[in-house]
Design a binder for this molecule. Sequence first.
Ligand code: DAH
Length: 358
Amino acid sequence: MKQKKGIICPLFYVSGFMLNDLENLKKAALTKISEASSEEVLRAAEIEFLGRKGKLTEILRGLKDLPAAEKGKVGKASNEIKTEIEQAIIDKTKELESAKFDELAESEWIDPTQPGQEAPRGTLHPLTQFVREAEKVFERMGFAVATGPQIEDDFHNFEALNIPADHPARDSQDTLFLENSDGKLLRTQTSSVQIRWMKDREPPFRIVAPGRVFRKDDFDASHSPMFHQLEGLVVDEDISLANMKAVMEEAVRQLINPEAKFRFRTSYFPFVEPGLEMDMSCTICGGKGCPVCKKTGWIEIVGCGLVHPNVLKNVDVDPDKWSGFAFGFGLDRMVMLRHEIKDLRLLFENDLRFLRQF
Ligand code: DAH
């Protein structure tokens, strides 16, 4: 049937209007979805079009009122649009998600190849450094490192070292005794470690024993009631002064000055016979004479000697079979010489401006 011009068929009008409406709705929905800048905006768009009271839902609900002939056409179109909008929402959700991860990757980006930040570290005290080096030097010569307690008894600190109760050497020690302690004292010398080591073992012995010692004394540029020694002891068969000289000179050359010259003077220590003192040529003036060496060119650094037979007897070592030598370095002195430190107190005041230099 030919339609009369100017008259719009109501059915066509209905479905035409609906289809047009749907098309606009789709455009509006797709634009909103594609422009959604966040998930919230996207969810709002979803509700606006597909929600229970959404625009498309409303149209779909109105389908039942359409004439049967149009129902199919409009229904089909509506469903296609619904699917299209749903797909657009799925795509946009994915897009927003991946944008979110891209952003996270950017903001939380780390470079695992970048070197770590170094934690601020202190340095070892110059005395500790020196002790560790000395231990290495002696270990290379076959010595073991021994330790002993700082709180000692009379036997290990004096008696067994051939310093009997009325011996004048005890006065010179200016010992710090502990109250109510059965005569316990702060050791005045690391020589006590010789006794502790020997009495529990069988010779031969070859040890060094670094550690703190204590004497009642002033605290000034060259004195301190607490200072450090490094004891050495070798006991074996046929040990002579020549062995002692070789070991001590080699150690001091390695630790302080490879060019150093040495001289030995007789001295007295109750636990050695003969007792000697070793001097080293002054590192400051090279032997010409300066205030540090009191213009003599020599610096006294260590007492030493051949182990007294009485000491060996006191620890049940047969002096007819075994002989040995011992020495006691003053460590603070050596560290001061090595770094040209003029005041002993600097070593004990823990002033970081001083300590950071080492
Ligand atoms: N113990 C002595 C002191 O404190 C130092 C010393 C001298 C140690 C001679 C020794 C030695 O082993 O043989 O003055």
